[in-house]
Design a protein around this ligand. Structure first.
Ligand code: ADP
Ligand code: MG
Length: 370
């Protein structure tokens, strides 16, 4: 009769394709019980948005099927998002596991549209998601969510995010009076507002906080990078960006600040013809792929140019909510999964570094006590 050791040995042949490690050493097998030929355990993925959830589950089932003498096998699949940023020096955001800044070289590339729909796509997988509209000069998220009259309360000196479609949302646009004055605010005031939005908000437990940044390399992106440890930056480009090189500048700034770059998503990348369902790269093909190759960062997805995406934003009904099965929504979902996978990869790296640091500390203290 098969024993627990054999089961674990077999399970450790299953590799998570993103983390490139086996599921046993990654601690993904929980609550394993083997009684009288009845096996059960929980498979805990590193994110509910795992792009390889089906493959991993299939591989586990195939591996277990090799034990012909098992009477019964029961697997519960769950997910627990890993911490993709160092919470050690955290200043009040320790309940937020991952912070993703969404940046671009110039305005109008669809950064807010992409931030919002990616946040919704992540949330629809079951993750707890917040969206911080950090474009203080031009907040657009409230309108895109149909929350023109939305507001945020202050309780016990903490800002309470507004809620919409399962997202916790913070935006300067909710301060209607002030927001049209934002254009005259100077850098230090703007930085102060962003810091408060980050640190003085009651985010509660979040798996992912998406931060929609204003374009370029001004005070706000700089403040985000310098105030708190973040998981990384997602760069949004359009096919035209390659020629103008603007995305490259923004990437350069974050690299100088040692902020990890998660990868690049190309927006308005192609047009899907409603007659033939084919993708037409009307603005040229492969631009974002080239940027991703040049900067050695992952290419995380391409979003079509689609009137439904635009009207969804204009009408306050994002496409992830109004047409969750449309090709555009599928494109957002695919990108969201790739982004979540990048967060897990960075989290696993961080965990490894912390473990190796603490084991080297242990060995130093052993030597010094000896
Ligand atoms: N994939 C897309 N297809 C069609 N229109 C889009 C797409 N992405 C963005 N838009 C539209 O482009 C305009 C600019 O988008 P926005 O998200 O506000 O850009 P940014 O935040 O980069 O300034 C908006 O009108 C938006 O609805
Ligand atoms: Mg915007």
């Amino acid at each position: 009769m098969v024993g627990i050791d054999q089961v674990l040995e077999k399970l450790s042949t299953v590799i998570d394709p993103d983390l490139k490690k086996d599921i046993v050493s990654m601690g993904m097998i929980k609550d394993l019980e083997l009684n009288d030929g009845n096996l059960k355990f929980t498979l805990e993925l590193t994110t509910p948005a795992c792009p390889f959830n089906v493959e991993i589950e299939d591989d586990v089932r195939k591996a277990i099927a090799e034990f012909s003498d098992l009477k019964n096998f029961d697997m519960n699949v769950t997910a627990k998002v890993m911490e993709g940023r160092s919470l050690e020096d955290d200043v009040g955001m320790a309940t937020v596991k991952n912070i993703i800044g969404v940046a671009s070289g110039k305005g109008g590339v669809g950064k807010s549209t992409v931030s919002l729909n990616l946040a919704l796509a992540l949330s629809q997988t079951g993750a707890k998601v917040g969206l911080l509209d950090a474009d203080i000069y031009g907040p657009s998220i409230p309108l895109m969510l149909g929350m023109k009259d939305g507001f945020m309360e202050v309780e016990e000196n903490k800002l309470q995010p507004a809620e919409s479609n399962g997202l916790k949302v913070v935006s300067f646009g909710f301060f209607a009076e002030q927001s049209h004055q934002a254009a005259i605010y100077r850098g230090p005031i703007i930085s102060g507002i962003l810091k408060q939005f980050l640190v003085d908000t009651n985010w509660s437990d979040l798996d992912y906080l998406i931060v929609d940044l204003p374009p370029g390399t001004g005070d706000i992106p700089l403040t985000l990078a310098q105030t708190i440890p973040i998981t990384g930056i997602l760069v949004v480009t359009t096919p035209q960006d390659v020629a103008s090189n603007v995305a490259v500048k923004a990437i350069g700034m974050f690299e100088k600040l040692n902020v990890p770059i998660l990868g690049v998503v190309e927006n308005m990348s192609h047009f899907i013809c409603s007659n033939c369902d084919e993708k037409h790269y009307i603005f040229g093909d492969g631009g974002a792929k080239k940027i991703s190759e040049d900067f050695k960062m992952p290419f995380l997805g391409e979003i079509p140019l689609n009137s439904g995406i635009m009207s969804g934003s204009d009408l306050g009904k994002p496409i992830m909510i109004s047409s969750p099965d449309s090709p555009s929504a599928v494109a957002f979902r695919t990108s969201a999964k790739n982004i979540a996978a990048q967060c897990s990869i960075l989290a696993a790296k961080l965990q490894e570094e912390t473990e190796s640091e603490s084991s080297s500390e242990e060995s130093t203290s052993e030597t010094s006590s000896a």
